[in-house]
Design a protein around this ligand. Structure first.
Ligand SMILES: Cc1ncc(COP(=O)(O)O)c(C=O)c1O
Length: 372
C-alpha cells in the first residue's frame, strides 16, 4: 500500500508526510490493542531496561508470568504453553507434537485454509497459489473440504496424526462453518485417535469478541487439543505460541522442541501486557458492542450483500469486486484488507475501534459506491 507509516496511536496511523489513516486492517490483525498502547509500550520499555534476552534454557519470570496469564484465559483443558516467534512456527510445532503424540504421519487440512509459509505449514495450505510456492511439498498432507465433515471422515484413517483448521478462514474471504461442523470434527478426532488443532493465529486473542474461537458458542463449545497463536499476541512484538493439553505435553520431552528466540523476555513482557490491556480496557465487550453497531449500519449500504465472520474479523461481501472500494478507501485514508475472494473486503481493526470511526467508514464506503 502506498503509505509510509511513521507513528501510530490507537486505531490511527500517521504517515511520514503527516497524513492520518484510520486503520481497519491492524497491520494484518496484529495491532489488537491498538497502535502503541501505553501499557504495552511501558512494559516493553521496563523489560528492555532489565534484560533484553536470555534463551529458554533458563527459567524466566517474564516467561512463566506470560504462560500463566495465557493459560488462565484459555479454554479449560489447554493447560500448557510453548512460545515461539510466529504463526507458521506455531503451526509447524503443533503438527510435530501431533505426530509425536500419535506416532502417525499424515495431516488433514482444508480447502481455503492458510497456515504459513515454512515447509510443513505451506504444505498444509490449500489456498490459491501458496502451496505451489512451497514445492517440493512435505509429503502426507491431505485436503478435505471446509465445512464438509464427510470429506474429512473419508480421509481420517489410522495414518492421520492431526486435523488442523482455521476455525474462521480469514484469507479465503472470512469463511465460517456451521457449529455442527466443529462438533462433528471433535467427535471424529476422538473416535479415531486424531489430534484436533485450531489455527487461531487470526481468530485468537479477542478478535472474535471472545478470547478464542475454541470453546465459543459459534464453534458449539468445542475445545481442540492444540491452539496455535501469533499476530495479536504481542501487540506487534514477534511472538507465537502453542497451547496444549496435558496429554500432548506428556509426550514432549526436553529438547524435542526448540527455538533460540522463543520465550524471550521482551516478547513475554509484551504478551502479558497485551492480555492485561485487553482486560483492563474491556476490549472484548467493546468488540461485541461495536460489531453489532457496524452490522446495523451496514444495512444502509445495499451493495453489501452479506457480512461474514465474527467480532472484528469481518468479511464484507459486495455484489461486485471489492478492490476498487479498497482503493477508494485508501485514497480517503482508511486502510482495509482484501482477500482471495475478489468480492470480499476484510476488516481486522484494533479491538478498541469505536462507533465514531464506524460512522466515518460507513460514510466513505457509501461515497465510494455512489461515485461509481
Ligand atoms: C491463519 C493463519 N495461520 C498462520 C499464519 C502465519 O503466520 P506468520 O505470518 O506469523 O508466520 C497466518 C498469517 O497470515 C494466518 O493468517
Amino acid at each position: 500500500m502506498p503509505i509510509v507509516p511513521d507513528r501510530g496511536e490507537g486505531v490511527w496511523i500517521y504517515a511520514s508526510n503527516g497524513e492520518r489513516y484510520l486503520d481497519l486492517y491492524g497491520g494484518h490483525a496484529v495491532a489488537a490493542t491498538g497502535h502503541c498502547h501505553s501499557h504495552v509500550v511501558k512494559a516493553i520499555k521496563e523489560q528492555a531496561d532489565k534484560l533484553l534476552f536470555y534463551s529458554n534454557l533458563v527459567y524466566s519470570e517474564a516467561r512463566a508470568g506470560a504462560a500463566e496469564k495465557l493459560v488462565s484465559i484459555a479454554p479449560e483443558g489447554l493447560t500448557k504453553a510453548f512460545f515461539c516467534n510466529s504463526g507458521t512456527e506455531a503451526n509447524e510445532n503443533a503438527m510435530r507434537m501431533a505426530r509425536m503424540t500419535t506416532g502417525r504421519k499424515n495431516i488433514i487440512t482444508f480447502s481455503g485454509g492458510f497456515h504459513g509459509r515454512t515447509a510443513d505449514a505451506i504444505s498444509a495450505t490449500f489456498l490459491g497459489k501458496y502451496r505451489e510456492l512451497g514445492k517440493p511439498n512435505v509429503p502426507g498432507h491431505l485436503q478435505a473440504e471446509f465445512g464438509d465433515i464427510d470429506s474429512a471422515r473419508a480421509l481420517a484413517d489410522d495414518s492421520v496424526a492431526a486435523i488442523m483448521l482455521e476455525p474462521i478462514q480469514s484469507m479465503a474471504g472470512v469463511r465460517m462453518a456451521e457449529p455442527s461442523f466443529y462438533r462433528a470434527m471433535r467427535e471424529l478426532c476422538d473416535e479415531r485417535g486424531i489430534i484436533l488443532i485450531y489455527d487461531e493465529v487470526q481468530t485468537g486473542i479477542g478478535r472474535t469478541g471472545e478470547w478464542f474461537f475454541a470453546g465459543s458458542e459459534a464453534g458449539d463449545g468445542v475445545v481442540p487439543d492444540i491452539v496455535t497463536l501469533a499476530k495479536a499476541l504481542g501487540s506487534g512484538i514477534p511472538v507465537g505460541a502453542c497451547l496444549v493439553t496435558d496429554r500432548i505435553a506428556e509426550h514432549i520431552k526436553e529438547n524435542d522442541l526448540g527455538t533460540t528466540f522463543g520465550g524471550g523476555m521482551i516478547a513475554m513482557a509484551a504478551v502479558t501486557a497485551t492480555l492485561e490491556a485487553i482486560e483492563e480496557d474491556e476490549m472484548l465487550e467493546n468488540v461485541s458492542t461495536v460489531e453489532a453497531y457496524l452490522r446495523e449500519r451496514l444495512k444502509e449500504v445495499e451493495q453489501v450483500v452479506n457480512v461474514r465472520g465474527r467480532g472484528f474479523l469481518l468479511g464484507l461481501e459486495f455484489a461486485d469486486a471489492a478492490k476498487p472500494i479498497h482503493e477508494h478507501l485508501l485514497d480517503r485514508r482508511i486502510i482495509t484488507g482484501t482477500s482471495s475472494d475478489a468480492k470480499v473486503l476484510r476488516l481486522l481493526p484494533p479491538l478498541c475501534l469505536g462507533k465514531e470511526e464506524v460512522d466515518l467508514f460507513i460514510k466513505e464506503v457509501s461515497k465510494s459506491l455512489s461515485s461509481g
